[in-house]
Design a protein around this ligand. Structure first.
Ligand SMILES: *[C@@H]1O[C@H](CO)[C@@H](O)[C@H](O)[C@H]1NC(C)=O
Ligand SMILES: *[C@@H]1O[C@H](CO)[C@@H](O)[C@H](O)[C@H]1NC(C)=O
Ligand SMILES: *[C@@H]1O[C@H](CO)[C@@H](O)[C@H](O)[C@H]1NC(C)=O
Length: 594
């Protein structure tokens, strides 16, 4: 057991949502090529684009010659005959699976009550040592409490909710003289407060949200008006991160928009709105012709910096929020639909791949590298973070909104209700969810943090080599690599929840129930709380002494909603921020003017 405390010291990730350890390993070579800027990137891209175009043309010719190919695969994934069954109702009206829903609720109480007993008010919780810690020495900012409040409201946990509210009223203060991550603080704490307000109309939460929002706003004071990655909440000052040469992550600067826009809507203060809309304007004006975005930008000149392109860490929620910004303002801001369409075309052109042997659909990363002649080339890396698993559900949600020819569509949508893009995205989304579910095919039934898919040049040899995917560096005799862990992440169950709401297909509830049971079996700590595990392929498991806040804000919330009646938080009225905090769709009466 002593080893568990050691593990915690070594492994506690700081900014888990956006920062993967293996990400850091990649930083160094990238930084060297930073100076080239995005022009080189663009020209390197055009050669890739040309090849992709050629492939597309070839594919189109094939489809033209044999149209049955497409219809066949598409209807297979829809699971019903194209336009055969008339669906009159646009609401499935699925009923709750009360027993499973309440089992998830009991799990939430098991997590919360342990935290409350051992660490109430501390930012983070360590369920094995029964202690809490704060993000900084200055003191906590309600990271866990505020992140959990809306889940209690949704689950109807009145007593727990009252105590959490009392803590916010009496103890929560943002007057902390230390640097906090701008993005994490916005999605978890500001998002949590705004969602609690939306669900209660209790002015306590709005007052706190305004106070926090005002303290974060100075982060936008950079030459290009892109927010710094850190902010000192007491001094009200943006702070550049020392790592990454003061560059900012694309996902981090483009995942503040739902929160600040809703704050502007509630307060009639346009400054919040302008600050985050400006970021989107800058991204749009510097974006690449492919619609894809590299994971770093320079806050000095507002340009993309040559760096990896991916749907995983530092890239993920850029794509998520393109869609959700369009949804939040009730499909009125066409600029976000345009950006989203461009991005999805780029993703399909460059990042979506099929397993060489298994045919599984997965997402790849593009890594810029210099060849011996000093030219930049993009290497395709068949690596998929667990973080990417939000994307299947996101694609399906995009298909029935941005990709629909009428609103609302049936459940599930009929092909005639979707545009060609909508059909493409729906199908890819359905396939990606299957892939993410298959990555749970491990000794524990839990998915690893990062998987690699087989490609012919991967040199993975030996007996028992998998045909489809593997955990890089995992050897029976060696310590588990970083990639092998499961840290209670929500992304797969998030997609399952969305897919269930949009299809009514019971298989998504079955998948979710299996994942929930695996969490119960392997992550639950008897004395209270849940812990991460360091190797999904090892039973009995070795725990890491940490319960991430997103267990209570996201993983258990999405599982609960998967089994709940669909009149609770309908997707036609609510949009979930990237930390699963629901915010209402608004009629703001203003539109982006760029
Ligand atoms: C965390 O911060 C809060 C608020 O400042 C403080 O009350 C608490 O004692 C701190 N906890 C730890 C473990 O330092
Ligand atoms: C909050 O107030 C708004 C506007 O008056 C209202 O539409 C909404 O139903 C209220 N929500 C709750 C939970 O009371
Ligand atoms: C969103 O738009 C639809 C259709 O135009 C409308 O019926 C609905 O009331 C709008 N929602 C809000 C919150 O404005």
């Amino acid at each position: 057991m002593a080893s568990e405390a050691e593990l915690r010291k070594r492994n506690t990730p700081k900014s888990t949502k956006a920062d993967l350890k293996s990400d850091e390993k990649e930083q160094k070579p990238k930084a060297k090529v930073d100076a080239e800027g995005s022009r080189a990137q663009e020209s390197a891209f055009s050669s890739t684009a040309f090849i992709v175009l050629a492939v597309l043309v070839a594919a189109a010719v094939l489809v033209y010659l044999n149209p049955a190919v497409v219809t066949e695969t598409v209807s297979e994934f829809f699971g019903f005959e194209w336009d055969a069954a008339p669906v009159e109702s646009t609401r499935a009206g699925f009923v709750a699976d009360v027993e499973k829903r309440d089992a998830v609720k009991a799990a939430f109480r098991h997590a919360w009550l342990a935290y409350e007993r051992d660490a109430m008010g501390d930012d983070e919780y360590h369920p094995i040592s029964h202690e809490g810690t704060n993000l900084t020495e200055a003191g906590g900012i309600g990271y866990t409490v505020v992140d959990s409040i809306d889940t209690m409201l949704i689950m109807g946990l009145q007593d727990e909710y009252e105590r959490a509210r009392q803590w916010v009223a009496e103890k929560l203060t943002f007057e902390q003289d230390a640097n906090f991550n701008t993005f994490e603080t916005t999605i978890r704490v500001l998002g949590g407060l705004l969602s609690a307000y939306a669900l209660t109309n209790d002015s306590l939460y709005l007052d706190k949200a305004v106070d926090l929002g005002d303290r974060i706003m100075p982060a936008f004071d950079t030459p290009a008006r892109l927010p710094t990655s850190m902010v000192n909440l007491a001094k009200r000052q943006g702070v550049r991160a020392e790592d990454n040469k003061g560059l900012v992550s694309t996902a981090e600067i483009s995942t503040l928009q739902l929160e600040f826009r809703y704050l502007a809507y509630l307060t009639d203060n346009d400054e919040y709105w302008d600050a985050v809309e400006n970021v989107m304007r800058t991204i749009r004006s510097s974006s690449l012709t492919t619609g894809l975005a590299s994971i770093f930008m320079n806050p000095e000149d507002g340009r993309f910096v040559l760096s990896a392109i991916r749907l995983g860490s530092r890239g993920d929620s850029y794509y998520e929020y393109l869609l959700k910004q369009y949804l939040q303002t009730n499909l009125t801001e066409n600029v976000y639909q345009e950006m989203y369409n461009g991005a999805m075309d780029g993703v399909h052109g460059h990042l979506i791949k099929k397993g060489q042997y298994s045919g599984m659909t997965y997402t790849s990363e593009l890594i810029p590298e210099r060849n011996p002649r000093g030219e930049i080339q993009w290497r395709l890396m068949p690596k998929q973070d667990h973080l990417v698993c939000f994307f299947g559900g996101s694609l399906m949600l995009g298909a029935v909104t941005s990709g629909a020819v009428r609103h609302p569509v049936s459940i599930p949508p009929r092909p005639s209700e979707l545009t060609p893009r909508g059909k493409r995205d729906w199908q890819t989304g359905v396939e990606l969810i299957e892939t993410c579910v298959q990555t749970h095919d491990t000794a524990t039934g839990l998915a690893p943090e990062i998987v690699h898919f087989r490609i012919p040049s991967d040199n993975v040899v030996g007996s028992g080599v998998p045909q489809d995917w593997y955990i890089k560096g995992a050897e029976p005799w060696a310590p588990a690599p970083y990639d092998a862990r499961y840290i209670l992440r929500p992304e797969t169950v998030e997609s399952l929840f969305i897919a269930y709401r949009l299809t009514g297909d019971d298989k998504y509830r079955r998948y979710g129930w299996k994942i929930f049971q695996a969490i119960e079996t392997h992550c639950r700590i008897e004395s209270g709380g849940y812990a991460s595990i360091i190797n999904v392929d090892q039973v009995p498991v070795v725990h890491e002494d940490k319960m991430e806040t997103f267990l209570m804000s996201e993983t258990l919330k999405y599982l609960y909603l998967l089994f709940e009646d669909d009149s609770v938080l309908p997707l036609s009225e609510w949009v979930f921020n990237t930390e699963a905090h629901p915010l209402p769709i608004i009629n703001a009466g203003r539109k982006a003017n760029f």
